[in-house]
Design a protein around this ligand. Structure first.
Ligand code: IPM
Ligand code: MG
Length: 361
């Protein structure tokens, strides 16, 4: 088994170093090889996703990814910006299924901006389609308008589109995830989020998900417009079990959901293709404002490594060991600044990583 390690920019290098520490402590039979990505790769290779990095990722069983991006690259042409690295990896590896669990740790129930009773016990899973929608739809570009409100004016456009197989495969992923969760005690519900009241693409989405849902009579299916979903997520988040949605709505709703848990610094994610090859990354970004200070929360990345062991490397016991260790350090009262509250112990990135290693037992 081979893991490609792509730390990236900003806090990426700091948090990935802690996840590597934890992985090494497990002494499992896999190799790790690192490569630059994002702004770091632009500096060293002139491109955010150099061929050598892409090849390493393609040849690996799993990719552990930190984060990319920095304000200083905002003025580069789009093809050279750090974000293109993650979009390119998703596209070239066909990583269409993005899992973003939002779990509220009991120890952090007071770190959320929502009332404890709303989020205590929260355990929801957002499944975001990751290789289609307006993110990748062609055509896109700039041109002179020939119609619309201002013919003759300069305009820009993107294309929202989904094919039936794209919707079917992500719907199956969602229903199967709901089944697995149901076996472990969850409700067994999929909420499909769309904008069928306005958009052709998402009326189609709703129709196709409904069709697929007939193959899963044991799983309840409901549909919700995205604006209402944004509201329900903060009004009664525990009404959700599995949420499935398109690329753009999923981008927005998953950031919102992360805050239910107290800090985006706690949320792992997995992006899988049909061969179960996966890219594992924290749901948060490169946080250039706190980079290099040793204060970033490494737990989202460490939990992403646990997801990697479970989904792509078939090491469920090792995954559970990591998850238990994270729970233990929270119980010990250790907190990075993003989850700190009075009465707990403030620690830095490295101390948090060391504590997890120690708690592995
Ligand atoms: C995410 C990020 C990315 C996205 C950016 C960095 C391209 O926000 O993974 O959610 O929009 O998908
Ligand atoms: Mg996002």
């Amino acid at each position: 088994m081979k893991i490609a390690v792509l730390p990236g920019d900003g806090i990426g290098t700091e948090i990935v170093a802690e996840a590597i520490k934890v992985l090494k402590a497990l002494s499992l039979p896999f190799t790790m090889e690192s490569a630059p990505v994002g702004g770091a790769a632009y500096e060293s290779h002139g491109h955010p996703l150099p061929d050598s990095t892409l090849q390493l990722a393609k040849d690996a069983d799993a990719i552990l990814f930190g984060a990319v991006g920095d304000w200083k690259y905002d003025t580069l042409e789009r093809a050279l910006r750090p974000e293109q690295a993650i979009l390119g990896l998703r596209k070239h590896l066909g990583l269409f299924a993005n899992f973003r669990p939002a779990i509220c740790y009991e120890q952090l129930v007071n770190a959320s901006s929502l009332k404890p009773e709303l989020i205590s016990g929260l355990d929801i899973l957002i499944i975001r389609e990751l290789t289609g929608d307006i993110y990748f739809g062609q055509p896109r570009g700039r041109r002179t308008a020939t119609d619309g409100h201002f013919p003759g004016a300069e305009e820009a456009f993107d294309t929202m589109r989904y094919s039936k197989p794209e919707i079917e495969r992500i719907a199956h992923v969602a229903f199967q995830a709901a089944r697995t969760r149901k076996a472990a005690g969850s409700e067994g519900r999929v909420t499909s989020v769309d904008k069928a009241n306005v958009l052709e693409t998402f009326q189609f989405w709703k129709d196709v998900v409904t069709e697929v849902g007939k193959e899963y009579p044991d799983i309840a299916l409901d549909h919700m417009y995205v604006d209402n979903a944004a509201m329900q997520l903060v009004k009664q988040p525990k009404r959700f079990d599995v949420v499935v949605t398109g690329n753009m709505f999923g981008d927005i709703l998953s950031d919102e959901a992360s805050m239910l848990t107290g800090s985006i610094g706690m949320l792992p994610s997995a992006s899988l293709n049909s061969r179960n090859q996966g890219l594992y990354e924290p749901s948060h970004g490169s946080a250039p404002d706190i980079a290099g200070q040793g204060v970033a929360n490494p737990l989202a990345t460490i939990l992403s490594a646990a997801m990697m062991l479970r989904f792509s490397l078939k090491q469920p016991e090792a995954a559970a060991r990591i998850e238990k260790a994270v729970d233990a350090v929270l119980t010990q009262g250790l907190r990075t600044p993003d989850i700190y509250s009075v009465g707990t112990t403030k620690v830095g990135t490295r101390e948090m990583g060391d504590a997890v290693v120690k708690a592995l037992g």
